[in-house]
Structure formats: structure tokens, C-alpha cells
Write a protein that binds this ligand. Structure first.
Ligand code: HXC
Length: 514
């Protein structure tokens, strides 16, 4: 056959396979506000940069009439391309083909691209839209998931792994995302659950919608499984591009340095923190008054909002910010906020991103709910993560730093490299009211006017301890600084620490309070 004809044949074969599950299934996909797998990849990557692998892979299943079924590409599209001219590996499950369900060959395609990503030290993006393990392929499907989970774990801390949930993701389909670094969801489109409504109805006799069970908002606000929430696939892809602009391509690299920019003038650092320590304010305004162009990419914005985490640049260098949020629950540490901060600290540490901690909290949240939810174990994660992190660490005590909260939030004692405190800082074992009630109880109770005596003792305690100077006198705080000096000193800290090198005792790995 002449070459021209062979080329025509190839083109025809390609077109046929690229139709996935066929016109009707594609129409159904589009009618739900979803793009097709290939459209998603093309929208996300640089123009004309996508190269597809394994287009002609077919399944080999025989049971349940599968031998009569053609599943184009076995329900997944894999390949490599670029984003902002940097290489990435990607897979996108094709829901139009057997519901994107994962059979043996489908899994082999995914593991092929995962191996490629790890070898080439480039980020892996997985677009998930799948009914989970392909029921007809039995244990082969389960084996496929196991192979994926193993590779997710192997790649963890070496290359960034990004999961995008763009459809129903059931059963095994949610565990790979859970093992990756960042999970993106889209309103009304993303669903994540281990057992779907059908199973729940059968086993528990309860009716529940997919949205209520595991919709985008559920995972962004309640479970914390999702890190970024978007209202459309387009917005989601823009968020991914933005995230990639902040992070390094692998653990041997630093994040790309950008042109330094001053924070926007509207964020005046002197006017953010109220004089009255009981008044709340938005810690994000302090971050925006510090970072280049006031550009702060918040991670897990809608979950555990008493803790704010995210990326910003200081003089062009990416930093990870970990901040108490006085606007929500006075910024306390609790089960969820500890988990949120601890994981982010470990991400930054794995990928050479300096950590800046802004402190303003009254301590750990008291109460039976928290105790029974395991605040001891969860709270310990943040201590572990900060202690273990060897990237440059700078701490700014903005206002309250009480008790366990003072220690946990990147204190000198957990080896923060730079500890700055504003003159508004209050560093003590607990707040003045609580402290005075305990240590001056006898004097207060026996006084002629107990209320007046309480006020006096609170003021006495405040005068003595609720300031940064006692800690500064011991060297626990390096410098008491004016708020306006913060950015300059952080730039200095990052610069001074750029060759930081420390190592701990030799071990296989620690045993963190997972
Ligand atoms: C085989 C599947 C499938 C699956 C969907 N399909 N899920 N085929 N195995 N797991 C097929 C359907 O048969 C259908 O094929 C097509 O995909 C589209 O599915 P629909 O049900 O028509 O779509 P929709 O109404 O949108 O519902 C989507 C869904 C639902 C919510 C995902 O299909 C569903 O509940 N699927 C099962 C989900 C589940 O319980 N998975 C867990 C598997 S166990 P046709 O030919 O009709 O177009 C698991 C264990 C791993 O994953 C654990 C590892 C730790």
C-alpha cells in the first residue's frame, strides 16, 4: 500500500478512536457543562503542545460480554505537553467510554505516564472522571488501582501531583487524588465518594444525592479533601496554571524566581491590626501588605478557615504562608486547622519553599468535641511538621501567641530561623484574664471589691507578660520590629537563608502522628 494511503488510514483510525464513546455519549457529556477528555487537556496545555501516547490501546477483558465491546483508548487519554513552556505529564479519564471506569489496560496507561513523570521529574496532572473500578474486570481493576496508589506514594515529595476532579469519582477513583498534593474541584461537576448513592441505598436504605454526599462544596468546606474550588472548568484550569507559576517542577529545583514587585498601596500594614486585642481582622490583609503585588494564592480557602495557608512571593521568591486567622474562631488551633497547616508545611519543606508564619492565636481550642476528635494527635502534627522542616523558616508574631499556640506556630524552640515580633505581640502562657483569675484567685476573692481587684491584677499581668519584651530578653524573639519593617526583614531573611543547610540524625524516616 502506498505511503499516502497508509497515512490516510492512520488518520481515519485516529479520528475513530478520538471519538471516544461516540457522538451520543459526547453530547451527554457536553450537556452537563463538561468538556471531553481531549478538550480538557488541550484547554489546559500550551497550544499545540500535547503529544498523546497509547491512543490505540484496547482492553483485553472477556467476561460479561466484554469481548464484544470496543472501548476506545480504554477510556483514558494520556500524554505529555507543556504549560508555560515547561514540560508536564497528564492523563484524562474519558467518561464517554464505559464511564471512565478503570480496567487493567486503562490503569496501565495511567501508570505508564506516572512512571514517565517521575523519571523526567515533571509534574503529573490527573483529570479524573470515572465510575471507579471497572466492575466487569474484577480483581484486575483493583490491581490497577493498587499500582496507581503505589506510584502516587513513590512520587510524593519528588514531583508535584495535581488531581482535577471533573465528574463523578467513585470508589478507587478518589484514593489516587487523596494521595496527591493538590485536588481541584468544580461546582456542580465534581463528585467524590467511596461508596455511591446506589450502594448507600442498598446497604443503609438511605436516599442521598451525589451532591450532598460528595459535591465540590462538601469537599471544599467540610472534608478538606479539595484544595481549590472553581465555578467552571475554565476557571479551574486558570487556577492550575497559577498554582504551577508558584511551585518548582521537582524537589531538586527551586520555584521560578519572578520579577520582584512592591505590594499594592491599598494594603497599609500599619492600619490592619486593631489596637484592642479582642477585635478581629483579616490576616490575609497582612499577607497582602507583605507579598509582591499583593498576590496571594490561598490554598483550601473554604475549609478550616481559622488557619490561612497559601503561596505568595517575597522579592520574586515563592514562599509558603501559614497564618492564624483572627476572623474565624479567633484563629485557634483545632483538629482541622492543625491538619491543614501540617500538610502544607510538609509540602513546602519537600519542595524547597521557605515558610513564613504569621502568628495571632489564643492557643488550642478547648472542649470535649475537640478532645474526643483527637486534638492531641492532630495538634501534634503541626509540631512535628515545623520541627522536621529544614527549609528557611521565618516567624512574625503579630499579636497573641499564647500557650501551646506560641510553641506550635513556628517558635524558636521548633527551630524557626528568624523570629520577629511586632510591638503589639503578647507572648504568654495564656490570655491575661484567664491567667489573672488563676494565679491571683486568693487576692481577688478576699478583696473588698473583687471586680476592681481582678481588673488591677489583669492589668498587672498584662504589663508584665502580654508583650514581646520578655521573650526578646531571652532571645526567643530576635527582633521587635515595626510592622512597616516586616517585608524588608523577610526579604533579608530569605536572602540570608538561601544556602541554609542542616541535617538531623540518620534514620529511615520518622513516625509522624498521621
Ligand atoms: C463498569 C461502569 C462503572 C463501573 C459506570 N459504568 N461505572 N462500568 N464499571 N464502575 C458505566 C455504566 O454502566 C454506563 O455504561 C456508563 O459507565 C455511564 O454510567 P451511568 O451510570 O449511565 O452514568 P451516570 O448516571 O452519570 O452515573 C455515574 C456513576 C454511576 C455515579 C459513576 O455509573 C455509578 O454509580 N457507578 C458505580 C460507582 C461505584 O460504586 N464504583 C465503585 C467501584 S468499586 P453504558 O454502557 O450504559 O453507557 C471500586 C473499588 C476500588 O472502585 C477500591 C480501591 C481502594
Amino acid at each position: 500500500m502506498p505511503l499516502k494511503k497508509k497515512i490516510q488510514e492512520l488518520k481515519k483510525k485516529r479520528e475513530e478512536v478520538q471519538m471516544g464513546g461516540g457522538e451520543k455519549a459526547i453530547e451527554k457529556q457536553l450537556s452537563m457543562g463538561k468538556l471531553t477528555a481531549r478538550e480538557r487537556i488541550v484547554s489546559l496545555l500550551d497550544r499545540d503542545s500535547f503529544h498523546e501516547y497509547d491512543l490505540f490501546v484496547e482492553h483485553e477483558a472477556r467476561d460479561f460480554n466484554m469481548d464484544k465491546k470496543v472501548l476506545h483508548g480504554d477510556g483514558v487519554v494520556i500524554g505529555t505537553g507543556t504549560i508555560n513552556d515547561e514540560p508536564i505529564a497528564i492523563f484524562a479519564q474519558d467518561f464517554t467510554v464505559a464511564g471512565g471506569s478503570l480496567g487493567l489496560m486503562h490503569a496501565r496507561k495511567i501508570t505508564k505516564i506516572m512512571d514517565h513523570a517521575l523519571k523526567m521529574r515533571m509534574p503529573l496532572i490527573g483529570i479524573n472522571d470515572s465510575g471507579g473500578a471497572r466492575i466487569q474486570e474484577g480483581v484486575n481493576s483493583l490491581a490497577g488501582y493498587g499500582e496507581i496508589f503505589f506510584r502516587n506514594t513513590l512520587s510524593s515529595g519528588v514531583i508535584p501531583q495535581i488531581s482535577v476532579i471533573l465528574g463523578p469519582c467513585a470508589g478507587g477513583a478518589v484514593y489516587s487524588p487523596a494521595l496527591t498534593d493538590f485536588v481541584f474541584v468544580v461546582e456542580n461537576i465534581s463528585k467524590m465518594f467511596i461508596t455511591g448513592p446506589e450502594v448507600i441505598k442498598t446497604v443503609l436504605g438511605e436516599e442521598i444525592s451525589m451532591e450532598d454526599l460528595g459535591g465540590a462544596r462538601v469537599h471544599s468546606e467540610i472534608t478538606g479533601n479539595a484544595h481549590f474550588f472553581a465555578v467552571s472548568e475554565k476557571e479551574c484550569f486558570e487556577q492550575i496554571e497559577k498554582l504551577l507559576s508558584f511551585i518548582p517542577w521537582n524537589n531538586n529545583m527551586k520555584a521560578p524566581k519572578k520579577e520582584p514587585k512592591l505590594p499594592k498601596a491599598k494594603y497599609n500594614i500599619d492600619n490592619i491590626v486593631p489596637g484592642d486585642a479582642k477585635q478581629p481582622y483579616d490576616i490575609r490583609d497582612v499577607v497582602k501588605a507583605i507579598v509582591d503585588d499583593s498576590d496571594f494564592l490561598e490554598v483550601q480557602e473554604l475549609w478550616a478557615q481559622n488557619m490561612v495557608i497559601g503561596f505568595g512571593r517575597i522579592n520574586g521568591e515563592t514562599c509558603g504562608f501559614v497564618c492564624n486567622q483572627p476572623l474565624v474562631l479567633a484563629g485557634v488551633l483545632d483538629v482541622d486547622s492543625s491538619d491543614k497547616a501540617a500538610r502544607f508545611i510538609r509540602y513546602c519543606d519537600a519542595f524547597n519553599i521557605p515558610i513564613i508564619t504569621l502568628v495571632d492565636l489564643p492557643g488550642y481550642l478547648p472542649g470535649i468535641d475537640q478532645e474526643h476528635a483527637g486534638v492531641i494527635r492532630h495538634g501534634a502534627k503541626i509540631l512535628y511538621a515545623y520541627s522536621e522542616a529544614t527549609v528557611p523558616k521565618a516567624t512574625v508574631i503579630v499579636r497573641k501567641a499564647y500557650g501551646g499556640g506560641y510553641i506550635a506556630m513556628s517558635s524558636r524552640h521548633l527551630r524557626s530561623d528568624f523570629v520577629f515580633a511586632w510591638p503589639t505581640a503578647e507572648i504568654a502562657v495564656m490570655g491575661p484574664e484567664g491567667a489573672a483569675n488563676i494565679i491571683f484567685r486568693k487576692e481577688i476573692m478576699s478583696a473588698e471589691d473583687p471586680e476592681e481587684m481582678r481588673k488591677q491584677k489583669v492589668a498587672e499581668y498584662k504589663e508584665k507578660f502580654a508583650n514581646p519584651y520578655v521573650a526578646a530578653a531571652r532571645g526567643y524573639v530576635d527582633s521587635v520590629i515595626e510592622p512597616v519593617e516586616t517585608r524588608k526583614l523577610l526579604i533579608h531573611a530569605i536572602e540570608v537563608a538561601k544556602n541554609k543547610s542542616i541535617s538531623g540524625p540518620k534514620k529511615k524516616h520518622g513516625v509522624p502522628p498521621f
